[in-house]
Design a protein around this ligand. Structure first.
Ligand code: FAD
Length: 323
């Protein structure tokens, strides 16, 4: 039987419907390595062995729960997580802040009576154990949370941690667990729905170009998409732009939309209301273009351009395309 390190951090590793590791995997294992020894629970597609990739990202042990047993049900993934926690006895469980990971860890927390810290943007350690760092009240304050009992479960905001772990030797084993021993509603069919786009996905993108009400219309919002394409960035939007019908709600950045922490965030015609800043303030570099020099977006921008975006952005696009 494998002996797990006393300071193990159990990382929940998800896979995509295409059978690849979920995007935040390297970041989760990297973050875990800053506060302990990463051990992975891989929710694995059947017949595809991704354990070497997970070890390559720095997990010192990989426990494998196959999709054939999980059946696409978070309830069964909770059974796997419970079994992994019982054998690894980690100092903390770390998962992505994705919808599916949150579903799994929240169910596990209720079942196990564990403390949960959501949407962390960093990790540290103190005498009590692993501490989660949060950006709260629209990024106006940084807060920390830690559990006074048991191993905390922490969900990590994608793109917020730069740390990467070093490759570990491959130690992988199938996880022994009984799936579905708890009563639950019957599921007759399960289908994953994916949207195809040539642009990066907003959540987890390294670069994001967002547009606000200042774009003026759906037709003129195309300028945001053109700059995004010139930069290889994802497209975001303020709620005002979404409410005006310029783009679908899935593009909304902010308190009631997606939280992003890209390397570069470009805000075009966005005033920078606190609810918008809540979703983008942890970006590494923020560039804002706005004709109002007093608007709040400039309080958080690293680079600000005061002017008419319809004059500036086309020039920016042609400069980028010339490169
Ligand atoms: P505006 O505030 O109208 O700003 C438009 C900006 O465009 C102005 O600063 C203007 O100077 C500039 N502009 C206009 N024309 C030009 C031009 N030609 N060139 C350059 N600049 C120009 N908002 C979100 O974004 N995300 C959320 O998740 C969110 N959640 C919310 C939740 C709650 C409970 C509430 C109450 C509000 C929420 N909001 C959210 C709404 C938020 O308060 C703001 O209303 C919204 O962010 C404003 O969007 P905006 O900056 O695009 O529009």
């Amino acid at each position: 039987m494998t002996n797990y390190p006393a300071n193990a951090i159990l990382v929940l590793v998800e896979t995509t419907p295409a059978g690849e590791l979920a995007k935040p995997t390297a970041e989760l294992i990297g973050a875990a390595s800053t506060v302990g020894v990463p051990v992975a629970l891989l929710l694995s597609p059947t017949g595809v062995d991704l354990s070497a990739q997970v070890a390559g990202l720095g997990a010192t042990s990989v426990l494998i729960a196959e999709e054939a047993v999980l059946g696409g049900l978070s309830r069964n993934a909770v059974d796997a997580l419970a079994a992994a926690v019982s054998v690894v006895q980690p100092d903390a469980v770390l998962a992505s802040h994705s919808v599916s990971s949150r579903d799994i860890v929240a169910r596990f927390a209720v079942r196990s009576g564990s403390a949960v810290s959501v949407d962390a943007v960093g990790l540290s350690r103190d005498d009590l154990g692993v501490v989660a760092e949060h950006s709260v009240y629209g990024g106006a304050y940084n807060a920390t949370s830690s559990a006074t009992f048991g191993a905390p479960i922490i969900t990590l905001r994608q793109g917020s941690v730069d740390a990467r772990a070093v490759q570990a030797p491959l130690v992988a084993a199938p996880l022994q667990f009984v799936a579905g021993d708890k009563p639950a509603a019957r599921v007759d069919s399960f289908e994953a729905e994916t949207t195809q786009s040539s642009r990066p996905e907003l959540r987890g993108a390294a670069k994001v170009v967002s547009g606000g009400r200042g774009l003026g219309s759906k037709e003129q919002f195309v300028l945001v998409e053109q700059l995004a394409d010139a930069l290889g960035a994802a497209v975001g939007a303020s709620r005002a732009a979404v409410d005006a019908g310029y783009v679908p709600q899935s593009h909304q950045v902010g308190q009631t939309g997606v939280s992003v922490s890209p390397q570069l965030y470009v805000a075009l015609g966005i005033s920078g209301a606190i609810q918008h800043r809540a979703g983008m303030q942890t970006a590494k570099t923020i560039v804002a273009i706005n004709k109002d020099a007093d608007c709040p977006i400039f309080e958080v921008a690293d680079f600000g351009v005061v002017g008419d975006l319809f004059q500036i952005v086309p020039k920016l696009i042609s400069l980028l395309e010339e490169k």
